[in-house]
Design a protein around this ligand. Structure first.
Ligand SMILES: [Zn+2]
Length: 464
């Protein structure tokens, strides 16, 4: 079945053709780990995960890279802003390395709560300084750079197609929007590849380079890490639409000039999550919502994921707690429906194909998740489909949407109070290393029709 994707390069929906048949390489701009991830940013990671799962459903072998930006970079796209990691470190009285590790751990937890499949590679910028330096040297040798006051700049005027990707006018207005304060640039669109001169003399993250001790600009890291793992020509690059005019424009400029050929075939961008009044939610404002904020209000990561499926990734999605509650209720219903068909007894292949084809057509059509959900509910409501086929369809849909039906159906199982009391007695016995008592209590729980699963994270009780 054909796959259609909206390509920011060309601004049209195009039939996807992989570089290597049966394979797809995807790079996703990852988080900057100087703070918790905002739920708006998380939208772009759920989007990338849906893209990946759609390809898997189409029998592609996917290679997915998501970077971790742990080098401090600047609070604005101008090169004279404030370093985000240093700012985080000052705020919290930690070193920048501690800040980066702390928020990386939290980010990984968010991915898990959102049921996002881990990328094949999650490279950290600080582990790839040599690769960045190598690309900058390459650009320097080819004459695309200049040095001013100790910093190495990319000379955008040497790359004639610079404005094309984002449709920039390169006029005064676009230039002003760069909030530029760096008088050393030849053009306001130029950007720093390597810093040796910067605002804070106490910068903690520094490396040696041919241009002196310092640190890389932000954009170069994505060119370096994507290329290291996916080669210098790969299929898809994803990110939020806010990356189009600066970050991705700069990535394309430096990569195309360094490698001397087309770098990425398809660029896909998700739209914003917006507050009621169409206000972009951003970290710099006070309305900072993170996944934990939702969880504190009883909304799980999977509820939020289900909510996100309700809007097409290219459209702005309006955030509201009512919307989240509605998503939560719908997901509960689906989990219940899943439980109702939990006995699997074969499936009718023809019937399965009719529904699954409709579902996959929706996903293959530029990830039309609202339409895919409509097919899901149509399947739920169709009383003519036999139970085994329904169960098969639910599992197949869930493999693509990632809403964790099976896991929730099992987890939400009611465990009676007397069994929970026995479990708690047993937990205590285990802490006290009273193994005889622990075994006796396990037998008692099992005799009531439950399974006892011990792991290093604790004990789980399930219906046998
Ligand atoms: Zn990037």
């Amino acid at each position: 079945m054909d796959i259609f994707l909206t390509n920011t390069l060309g601004k049209t929906k195009q039939r996807f053709t992989p570089i290597t048949p049966g394979k797809v390489s995807i790079y996703t701009c990852g988080p900057t780990v100087y703070h918790y991830a905002h739920i708006g940013n998380l939208r772009s990671f759920v989007f990338a995960d849906l893209l990946k799962r759609m390809f898997i459903a189409n029998n592609y072998k996917v290679e997915h890279v998501m970077n971790i930006t742990d080098v401090g970079h600047l609070t604005s796209d101008a090169d004279d802003g404030e370093d985000k990691l240093e700012k985080g470190a000052r705020r919290e009285g930690k070193t920048v390395w501690e800040v980066a590790q702390y928020y990386t751990d939290h980010f990984m937890e968010d991915l898990s709560r959102l049921n996002i499949m881990l990328p094949d590679h999650m490279p950290k910028a600080t582990d790839h300084i040599a690769e960045m330096i190598s690309i900058i040297k390459n650009l320097e040798e080819k004459g695309y750079t200049y040095i001013a006051e100790g910093n190495v700049y990319f000379d955008t005027q040497k790359y004639a197609e610079y404005a094309d990707f984002a449709g920039l006018k390169l006029n005064e207005e676009d230039a002003r929007s760069r909030v530029d304060e760096d008088e050393h640039k030849k053009s306001p669109f130029d950007f720093v590849l390597w810093f040796t001169r910067y605002k804070y003399s106490s910068h903690e993250m520094e490396w040696d380079s041919p241009w002196g001790r310092g640190f890389p600009g932000w954009h170069i890291e994505c060119s370096a890490m994507s290329t290291k793992y996916l080669g210098d020509h790969f299929d898809i690059h994803t990110g939020g639409i806010d990356h189009i005019p600066v970050h991705h424009t700069n990535e394309i400029a430096q990569s195309t000039c360094a490698f001397g050929h087309k770098w990425v075939n398809y660029w896909m961008h998700n739209n914003f999550l917006v507050l009621g009044e169409d206000e972009k939610i951003s970290k710099s404002k006070d309305n900072f919502l993170r996944l934990q904020t939702l969880m504190d209000k009883g909304i799980s990561g999977l509820d939020y994921r289900y909510f996100l499926l309700g809007a097409h990734y290219r459209k702005p999605q309006t955030f509201s707690f009512e919307g989240l509650e509605a998503a939560k209720t719908s997901l509960r219903k689906l989990v219940q429906k899943y439980k109702d068909v939990s006995v699997r007894d074969g499936r009718n292949e023809d019937e399965f194909d009719i529904f699954y084809t409709k579902f996959l057509e929706a996903m293959n059509d530029d990830l039309n998740t609202p339409q895919a959900l409509a097919v899901f509910w149509e399947t739920v409501q169709d009383t003519n489909i036999d139970v085994g086929t329904k169960r098969s369809l639910f599992d197949a849909y869930d493999a693509v949407l990632g809403i964790g039906l099976k896991e929730q159906a099992e987890r939400k199982e009611e465990i009676p109070d007397d069994v929970l009391a026995l479990k708690s007695e047993r937990d205590k016995a285990r802490v006290l290393k009273n193994w005889a008592e622990s075994d006796r209590l396990r037998d008692e729980i099992v005799s009531k029709g439950f399974e006892v699963l011990d792991s290093k994270d604790g004990t789980e009780i399930r219906k046998a």
